[in-house]
Design a protein around this ligand. Structure first.
Ligand code: NAD
Length: 378
C-alpha cells in the first residue's frame, strides 16, 4: 500500500451510507489509501469517524475548510477528495477543493443547480483538475458491454429506450421518524428540487446516455408525491425524446413497495435489443429480429475491451455494486496519471459535464411538471 495514492473524504462518517462503499471500492485494488477527511457535519463526530477509520488524528478535521487549509501545504497531500455529503453541500465543498488545487470525485446529483455544475466544470477545466461524478452503475462490466454493442451498430440505429429505477423504502413517511437518509432526501433545502428524480432519476438518465450514446433532448414529466406532507416527488414518469429520432420512457419511484434497488434498462434498435437489470448485473441479454435471445455473462470470452478491463474475477464468481464503483475509480487513477493503470477506463469516467446534464434533466422535468406536463427542452 505504500505506493498507493493518498485521498481524502468529506462526509462518509460513522452511520452514513455511501462513504463506506467508496472506501471499499477504493481499497479493492490496493491503489489508494485514505489519509485525511472531514467526515461529518460535527467536528466531534468527524474525529470519532477518523479514529474508527485509522486516520491520523491530526488529519481528521472538524470541517472541510479546515481540511483544505491543513492539507494544502503538505508534501503528501491527497491526490483527490471524495465528496459524499448530502446534495446541498456538494457545490461549496467541491468549489473549495478545486480552488485549493484538489481534484474531486463527487457523488450525484452533482449540484443543486445546473449553473453551479457548469461553474465547477469550468474551474476544474481551467485548473486542469479531475472532476468526476459517481454515476456508479456505468461501472458494471455488462453495462459497459451494452454500451460497446450499441456503439458497434449490432442493434442498428436505436429507436426505443425504457429505463426504470424503482425502490420502495420511502413508501411511508420514514423522514418523520428521524431516519436521517430519508430526512435530508425529502427536504428541498438539502436535496434540491428533485426528490426521487434527483436521488435515483439522475442515475437512470446517465445510464440512458451512457449505453446509447444519445442525448436526452426534451422531456415530458409527471411527478407525484404520494406520501402526505412530502414536498418533493417520490415518483416520476418521464417521456423522453432522444437525439437521432429515438425516444424513451424513464420511471423512477421510491414508493414501489417491495422493490429494493430495481434499476433496469432496455434498448431496442432496428435489428435487435438489449436488457440489463442491476439486481442481476452479471448478465446482458441481446435479442434479435429472428426471435433469438443470447445471454452474455461477465467474465466470459469475447466481450468488449471495456468489459474485460472492468472485470476482476472469472465468471461464476459474482462481482457487484462495490466492484462497479471500483471500476469508476480505476478510471480516476488513470485520469490522474497514476502508475499501473489498465489504460482504457478513463474515457468512461463520468465528468462534470455528465453531472451538469443530470441536474439539467431534473430541472427540465420539474419545469415540465409545473407547466402541466408539457414537452420541455433539456
Ligand atoms: P448520509 O446521510 O448517509 O451521509 C452523509 C454524511 O455526510 C454524514 O456522515 C454526514 O455527517 C456528512 N456531512 C454532512 N454535511 C457535512 C459537511 N458539511 N461536512 C462534512 N461532512 C458532512 O448520506 P448518503 O446516503 O451517504 O448520501 C451522500 C451523498 O451520496 C448524497 O449526495 C447522495 O445522493 C449520494 N449517494 C449516492 C449513491 C450512489 O449509488 N452513487 C448512493 C447513495 C447516496
Amino acid at each position: 500500500m505504500s505506493g498507493a495514492l493518498p485521498y481524502a473524504m468529506v462526509g462518509g462518517g460513522v452511520g452514513s451510507f455511501i462513504g463506506a462503499v467508496h472506501r471499499h471500492a477504493l481499497a479493492l485494488d490496493g491503489r489508494a489509501r485514505l489519509v485525511a477527511g472531514a467526515f461529518s457535519s460535527t467536528a466531534e463526530r468527524s474525529k470519532e469517524s477518523g479514529a474508527a477509520l485509522g486516520v491520523d488524528p491530526g488529519r481528521a478535521y472538524g470541517s472541510y475548510q479546515e481540511m483544505i487549509a491543513g492539507e494544502s501545504g503538505r508534501a503528501d497531500r491527497p491526490a483527490f477528495v471524495v465528496i459524499v455529503t448530502p446534495n446541498d453541500t456538494h457545490y461549496p465543498i467541491a468549489k473549495a477543493c478545486l480552488e485549493g488545487g484538489f481534484g474531486v470525485v463527487c457523488d450525484k446529483p452533482f449540484t443543486i443547480t445546473s449553473g453551479e455544475a457548469r461553474e465547477l466544470g469550468a474551474i476544474a477545466k481551467q485548473r486542469g483538475l479531475l472532476c468526476a461524478v459517481t454515476y456508479n452503475y456505468s461501472g458494471y462490466p455488462m453495462v459497459r458491454e451494452a454500451r460497446a454493442r450499441v456503439a458497434s451498430g449490432e442493434l442498428g440505429a436505436v429507436r426505443k429506450v425504457f429505463v426504470e429505477y424503482h425502490q420502495g423504502w420511502l413508501a411511508t413517511a420514514l423522514e418523520s421518524g428521524g431516519q436521517k437518509q430519508a430526512a435530508w432526501r425529502t427536504d428541498p433545502k438539502r436535496a434540491g428540487i428533485g426528490g426521487s428524480l434527483g436521488d435515483i432519476g439522475t442515475h437512470a438518465e446517465h445510464l440512458v446516455r451512457f449505453v446509447t450514446g444519445l442525448d436526452v433532448e426534451s422531456v415530458c414529466a409527471d411527478l407525484t408525491s404520494f406520501v402526505a406532507g412530502r414536498a418533493l416527488d417520490d415518483d416520476a414518469s418521464v417521456l423522453m425524446r432522444l437525439s437521432g429520432g429515438a425516444n424513451g420512457t424513464l420511471t423512477c419511484s421510491q414508493v414501489c413497495v417491495g422493490e429494493a434497488n430495481g434499476l433496469s434498462i432496455r434498448v431496442y434498435g432496428e435489428r435487435g435489443g438489449l436488457v440489463w437489470c442491476q439486481e442481476q448485473p452479471e448478465e446482458l441479454a441481446i435479442t434479435r429480429s429472428d426471435g433469438s435471445r443470447t445471454v452474455f455473462v461477465r467474465g466470459s470470452e469475447g466481450l468488449s475491451e471495456h468489459a474485460g478491463a472492468s472485470t476482476r474475477l472469472p465468471s461464476g464468481h459474482p462481482e457487484g455494486f462495490i466492484e462497479a464503483f471500483g471500476n469508476l475509480y480505476l478510471g480516476v487513477f488513470e485520469a490522474i496519471g497514476a502508475e499501473g493503470d489498465r489504460g482504457v477506463l478513463s474515457d468512461l469516467l463520468p465528468t462534470a459535464s455528465d453531472g451538469a446534464l443530470g441536474v439539467r434533466f431534473v430541472e427540465a422535468c420539474v419545469r415540465s411538471a409545473r407547466d402541466g406536463t408539457c414537452w420541455t427542452t433539456v
